[in-house]
Design a protein around this ligand. Structure first.
Ligand SMILES: [Zn+2]
Length: 310
């Protein structure tokens, strides 16, 4: 059985075609911010379709109403209250499943990735913002519909304006744009600094490029990545205090960067964890399916009729 899975964010989409649980085809595309969300999804489907597919799954960064397959709203994705399920189903004539992209990513990690064998899992996706998902006793927990939006919990050390329109959200200090902002501040204050040289001026600074500079050993980049990593770890300690999961899975574009960010995060997490000396802390692992997790899980959900594994 062949299933198409799409993970769509504000400017990028990731598409896969699964044969069983194996990726037969994948495609990653920058669609920019001018294309409508449904057009971008349709284009992503066409990039991996070969005529053998029988279902389509879509994971979207933001608030998604799973029962009526609508994208409700998200700070990074175009449009509000979009009937994505109906539109895509009509366009391609295939049953279409729609969910939040972190939920689909966690579904994939539970089925074939880092969370296999775990029952109580917290997923944190780290990239343009911070997304999240929860598994309780092996099934995705959605609350009244939108659970797991860790990125917009408030942290006392920030008063920065978030893309969601509110101030002080965790993702303002612990995501790709947070790293980009810190690097731009350093470069603006000192255009001849070693960081400015390493990043070749300020034109193309992104969270990922700062992490890459840190991995090459550039000292200022390393300290900025460590600062964001520490803020990330503090938030993870809050999640562990609330959820007490067996495992925390870190996914998303920056989650795959590894220890330059996760090392400082692990240390601040260990320092901040409630009752750390008296408990077994949850393991913190990188998503095994990497950047493909959201798309793979969307395809798996579509193939399995939206059911979680057991
Ligand atoms: Zn926010």
């Amino acid at each position: 059985m062949s299933a198409i899975g799409i993970d769509i964010g504000g400017t990028k989409s990731y598409a896969v075609r699964l044969e069983g649980e194996a990726i037969a085809e994948e495609s990653r595309v920058e669609h920019g911010s001018r294309v409508s969300t449904v057009e971008a999804i349709g284009d992503a489907v066409r990039r991996v379709a070969n005529g053998s597919e029988t279902v389509i799954g879509v994971g979207i960064a933001g608030l998604v109403s799973v029962p009526d397959r609508r994208f409700v709203w998200g700070p990074h994705v175009r449009g509000t209250d979009l009937p994505v399920g109906n539109d895509i189903e009509e366009r391609f004539g295939l049953p279409t499943y729609v969910d939040n992209d972190a939920n689909t990513a966690l579904h994939a990690e539970l089925t074939t990735g880092a969370a296999q064998g775990y029952r109580n899992v917290v997923m944190v996706t780290l990239g343009t913002g911070i997304g999240g998902a929860i598994a309780i006793d092996g099934s995705i927990y959605r609350g009244s519909g939108f659970a797991g939006e860790w990125g917009h919990t408030k942290v006392p050390e920030s008063t920065l304006l978030c893309d969601c329109g509110k101030r002080g959200c965790w993702e303002t200090v612990a995501s790709g744009p947070a790293l980009e902002r810190l690097a731009r501040e350093v470069i603006a204050a000192n255009p001849n600094s070693s960081l400015a040289v390493a990043l070749e001026g300020a034109d193309d600074v992104t969270g990922a490029s700062v992490v890459a500079a840190a991995d090459r050993g550039e000292e200022t980049a390393r300290s900025l990545v460590a600062e964001v990593g520490r803020a990330f770890g503090l938030g993870l300690a809050d999640l562990a205090a609330i959820m007490d999961p067996d495992l925390i899975v870190v996914g998303g574009g920056l989650g795959s960067v590894g220890e330059s960010l996760l090392g400082p995060a692990r240390r601040s997490f260990a320092d901040a964890l409630h009752g750390a000396s008296y408990r077994v802390p949850p393991a913190i692992q990188v998503a095994q399916l990497g950047a493909a997790a959201g798309a793979v899980g969307a395809a798996m959900y579509a193939a399995g009729g939206g059911e979680d594994g057991s």
